[in-house]
Design a protein around this ligand. Structure first.
Ligand SMILES: Cc1ncc(COP(=O)(O)O)c(C=O)c1O
Ligand SMILES: [Zn+2]
Length: 399
């Protein structure tokens, strides 16, 4: 049986915790597996291919939306232009709601179904909100989306389409993240937030696909846009587990990338700190990765240091240039947050000393256009409240 584990103090807990954080270290808990031989079932499809590597007793195929199996596209023109080794883009924009978040929602929704909760929720203003709402809809579960007070109507439309219960909350966003769990426990709502252990397990599948697409090899480098930390943690775990099973011998160098205007994890990495310090102001065009208080920051730092990776930042100017280049040279239209991967690669070559046969994978996390024409006529019902009034509002919404 899988357990939840704190990677700082190694204490283990039941996988059914609705507040999956270590009571001592206050860090997110991750899934730990009993040591047994695991294998990939390549003759199967969807999540069943990876069932040995996922903490799910059974997989209900009806809960999926066709996530995954995303293309690994070679970026030949950019490679030649900058005389780089082989570069690929793992194009996560082809997922059902156009971002990698669907990988995590697909596994977390399976967990929700077995926990017997009637409702799910998340704290997000962007990609994760749309993804959670879509999977909640698919599973027939009531879905609560907690939003920042200043979230624009336009940004909401691609989420509102799935008809979740939208609650705009006035107050600190980090405090709202923590409050969502205490309310979730009280009201039996499974908040599958950015560092939910089952969501993180879902991100591993991207790593297994890359391994398959590169003829059962690990690339030398993987560039991952970084915000809360959940995605990077999942991808790193995927390759750690492949190595543990003897399926690969080299472990990739992971590069986590933040936007300069909101780079608390990159700062801690560069300054040699063990803990990430929350940033007061966040200002970047890469809104999807603009989390000043990243809940998975300390785990990401620890894993990157232990596995000889690095964390860096890129400016808005570099991000925009990379976004344009991906579109103009390679036909890829991604969000600024995703373009950080190429922006970082283009900053690195002299320092990194790539070898000619190296393989580099950039994770393209989300598509540029989320609110499409035609949605403007949607008039979503949005409940407004303060952080202190949130519990009362939620009680009124349960009826
Ligand atoms: C497009 C995009 N890229 C990257 C990220 C960063 O992922 P994480 O918060 O898991 O670090 C996000 C998170 O919302 C995102 O929406
Ligand atoms: Zn602990």
């Amino acid at each position: 049986m899988e357990k939840l584990e704190c990677i700082f103090c190694q204490e283990t807990y039941s996988p059914d915790l609705m507040f999956p954080f270590c009571p001592e270290c206050k860090e997110p808990l991750l899934i730990s597996y009993p040591s047994r031989k695991r294998e990939l079932f390549l003759e199967k499809d969807g999540l069943e291919r990876y069932s040995d590597f996922l903490p799910l007793k059974e997989i209900n195929k009806n809960l999926g939306l066709g996530e995954g199996n995303t293309p690994l596209l070679s970026l030949d023109r950019i490679q030649k232009k900058f005389t780089l080794p082989f570069i690929w883009a793992k194009d996560e924009t082809t997922n059902p709601t156009h971002s990698f978040k669907d990988r995590g929602s697909a596994v977390a929704i399976q967990k929700a179904a077995t926990m017997g909760v009637g409702s799910i929720g998340t704290v997000s203003t962007g990609n994760m909100a749309a993804s959670t709402a879509a999977y909640g809809d698919r599973a027939g579960l009531k879905t609560y989306i907690f939003l920042k007070e200043d979230t624009s109507q336009e940004k909401l439309l691609s989420t509102a389409l799935f008809n979740p219960i939208l609650v705009k909350v006035k107050g600190d966003y980090g405090a709202l993240f923590r409050k969502s769990y205490s309310l979730g426990q009280k009201l039996r709502i499974y908040f599958m937030n950015s560092v939910d252990p089952f969501r993180i397990e879902g991100y591993k599948v991207t790593g297994y696909e890359i391994f398959q697409q590169l003829n059962r090899q690990a690339p030398q480098y993987i560039f991952v846009p970084l915000s809360s930390g959940g995605h990077l943690i999942g991808l790193m775990r995927a390759f750690l587990e492949l190595k543990q099973e003897g399926l690969i011998h080299n472990y990739p160098t992971f590069v986590g990338i933040q936007a300069k205007g909101c780079s608390p994890i990159a700062r801690a990495f560069i300054q040699g700190n063990v803990k990430v310090e929350r940033m007061i102001k966040a200002r970047t065009i890469a809104q999807a990765i603009s989390n000043p208080d990243p809940p998975g920051g300390n785990i990401a730092l620890k894993m990157i240091r232990e596995n000889k990776g690095m964390i860096m930042d890129v400016s808005d100017k570099e991000i925009l240039a990379a976004q344009e280049m991906l579109a103009e040279e390679e036909g890829l239209f991604c969000q600024p947050a995703s373009a950080t991967a190429l922006a970082a690669l283009l900053k690195l070559p002299e320092k990194m000393q790539f070898e000619g046969h190296d393989k580099i994978v950039l994770i393209i996390t989300g598509k540029a256009i989320k609110s499409t024409p035609g949605l403007e006529s949607l008039k979503p019902d949005i409940h407004q409240t303060s952080l202190s009034g949130l519990e009362k509002t939620m009680n009124s919404l349960l009826i």
